[in-house]
Design a protein around this ligand. Sequence first.
Ligand SMILES: [Zn+2]
Length: 208
Amino acid sequence: MDLVSQPRKASSYEIESPVEVVLRTSSNVNNINRNGSSPSPSPSPSRSASSPSPSPSRYENQKRRDWNTFCQYIRNHRPPLSLAMCSGAHVLEFLRYLDQFGKTKVHNQTCPFFGVPNPPAPCPCPLRQAWGSLDALIGRLRAAYEEHGGTPESNPFGARAVRLYLREVRDFQAKARGVSYEKKRKRPKPKIVTSPCASSSASANITL
Ligand SMILES: [Zn+2]
């Protein structure tokens, strides 16, 4: 039984599919077989033991999706990366990778709209993940990591570097006043209410 001195949690890291990095580099296929001994997916034992639990909460669903995304990110990582090897630096890498899917405009400091709440024109500044999304994501992944057997001490999502990064993002985005283009209102036309001449011309018609 105890031929393998690995702690149990290490095996449950490899969820669903065996971690096999898709080797695009056909040159060095030599060190692939460290992983070849676990062909079966080995379903997690705790799942659906007794309670029916019809629909997991949205949070749980989101957490599972996030976790799968992260695991997939790891699987595709080059050089190869395992969950046990993950550090806060890898988590930061992951967060920056996610930025390309972001929908929140974050102005550069050199942009004339930096700090402007509602910019009147488009600008080439990048879309990023909003701080709030990243913060919530890290919270879910942090929980998921420990649910999958990781210890709090080794939790890369709780790393100090990650905390500092999130704080930095929050402060910068607050300064830049990023506008989420998801929440765009129906009316794109800016209505100027404060001009005085509009009311005067209207009242000109009503002369008795
Ligand atoms: Zn800009």
